[in-house]
Design a protein around this ligand. Structure first.
Ligand code: CTP
Length: 446
């Protein structure tokens, strides 16, 4: 019996896939089809698949062409599979010609003709495009623009900043239309990305939702829990997506770290410490008290993410120690007491800390080195060092593409969508920032 194996993502299963599977099957008696997992696709930079792995497997299965379906989840797996399944022929489309010649050492390699005029990329592009209007033209907006290029089905159609000169300058460089009002912006998009100063988020988000636009808003979403609740209620009422832009929350490595810890990889979690500091010029708007600048407002959503995810959002007490300068906290240390876990964090715009994340458990601990919020590498460490494990992942570009992809997927899903950053965590982050702004349990260093 001649065994043939082939691999693919098989997103939006199409005629090209069917032809390829038929041609592969005709090479032998038994066809094994490897379907890539969602994580593996993310790892290799394929951010834009529309169907999840279960749907893609189902599509291959229902074609009736595969005798066996396996999942491909790691680089180098093809060699293992060839040995494991006793494969005689490895077949793949001609777009890969030459790329898999290294497998010739293990079996015959055949590049099959590709079907012209159809591809998953083309089908994805034909789906609805989410038109994003941007509010704000600072450095994060610039990065957002660059990162959006990597995500399918979205385009930045308009930009607004009340400072017309700044808006014009930004748009001229980017080749996008500058708008003179939010009304004009809303008319040119079906969703809005808010990257303006913190204290303006609430008004912009409310206006965008009222105008029927989906909203992706930079951290912190708003500065009062009541405002956050109101916005989420409004989004629900209007069946709109309201998401907080948080690059760590949507990055694959962070998701895997959390899943490992939640499944008991280091036993029960007793302590979490996370720090995020970014030394910032004194004249930067982030250091302006009138604009609600400062370390807590600017950075706290990052360390609070693993803390609230792992320790829960029902903390008992929350304390802060801050170093102030010109009305803003240039450094704050926070302490959260939860039922089962102690958690502490440090944020700084005017003080530099070691930016690592350490989660301590009854059987071991997780260590994520700085900058942990761009998670790409972490270690699980144990008393017996032989048990230690290290994990590596790519963190593509600036990482914003993960949150943009999530936003686009949520909009295109038009209904049920599981968000990687639940509302209750955003509400808890807001509650903690609000307590800090109100001066509750805040002590000041001299
Ligand atoms: N394939 C083909 N003809 C097409 C499209 C794909 O023969 N028109 C083959 C590919 O060469 C590969 C297999 O189908 O052997 C699975 O490819 P996959 O990457 O899943 O499909 P694409 O449509 O090429 O996806 P994308 O546009 O995302 O690259």
């Amino acid at each position: 019996m001649t065994k043939v194996i082939t691999y693919g993502t098989f997103d939006l299963f199409h005629q090209g896939h069917i032809n390829l599977l038929k041609r592969a099957k005709a090479l032998g008696d038994y066809l094994i089809v490897g379907v890539t997992t969602d994580n593996f696709d993310l790892e290799r930079g394929k951010l834009n698949t529309c169907n999840n792995v279960m749907e893609r497997i189902e599509a291959v299965r229902s074609s009736g062409l595969a005798d066996q379906i396996i999942i491909e989840e790691y680089r180098g797996q093809k060699i293992d599979d060839i040995h494991r399944y006793g494969v005689d022929i490895f077949a793949i489309g001609s777009d890969w010609t030459g790329y898999f010649d290294y497998l010739k050492e293990f079996c015959k390699v055949v590049y099959l003709p590709r079907t012209e005029g159809i591809s998953s990329t083309q089908l994805r592009d034909e789906r609805n495009t989410v038109e994003i209007g941007m509010i704000g033209t600072g450095s994060i907006a610039r990065r957002f623009l660059d990162e959006a290029e990597f995500v399918s089905n979205c385009s930045i159609t308009a930009v607004y900043n009340p400072d017309a000169a700044q808006c014009e300058a930004f748009c001229k460089k980017a080749g996008i239309e500058a708008c003179k009002s939010t009304g004009e912006l809303f008319a040119k998009c079906n969703s809005v990305y808010i990257a303006s100063p913190h204290f303006t988020h609430y008004d912009y988000a409310k206006a965008a939702l009222a105008a029927g636009k989906h909203v992706l808003c930079e951290t912190p979403l708003v500065l009062k829990e009541s405002e956050a609740k109101e916005l989420f209620a409004l989004a629900k009422e209007k069946s709109l997506v309201l998401m907080m832009a948080h690059k760590t929350a949507y990055c694959p490595a962070f998701g895997h770290l959390i899943a490992l810890l939640q499944s008991g990889a280091i036993g029960d979690i007793v302590d979490i410490n996370a720090a995020t500091s970014t030394l910032t010029d004194e004249n930067d708007p982030k250091m302006d008290s009138r604009l609600f600048g400062g370390s807590m407002n600017e950075n706290a959503c990052f360390p609070l993410l693993p803390i609230l995810r792992l320790a829960g959002t029902d903390y008992r007490d929350c304390f802060f120690i801050s170093k102030m300068k010109d009305g803003v906290d240039i450094y704050t240390k926070g302490l959260l007491v939860c039922d089962h876990t102690a958690a502490s964090f440090e944020v700084g715009l005017g003080a530099k800390t070691e930016g690592s994340l350490v989660v301590s458990g009854t059987k071991g601990y997780a260590y994520v080195p700085a900058p942990w919020w761009k998670t790409s590498y972490f270690e699980l460490r144990y008393e017996d060092q032989n048990q230690n494990k290290t994990y590596f992942y790519p963190f593509a570009g600036e990482g914003l593409r993960y949150e943009i992809k999530e936003f686009i997927s949520a909009i295109l899903a038009k209904g049920y969508f599981y968000s990687k950053l639940p509302v209750k965590e955003i509400l808890a982050m807001t509650r903690i920032q609000e307590a800090f702004i109100a001066g509750r349990n805040v002590r000041h260093l001299k």
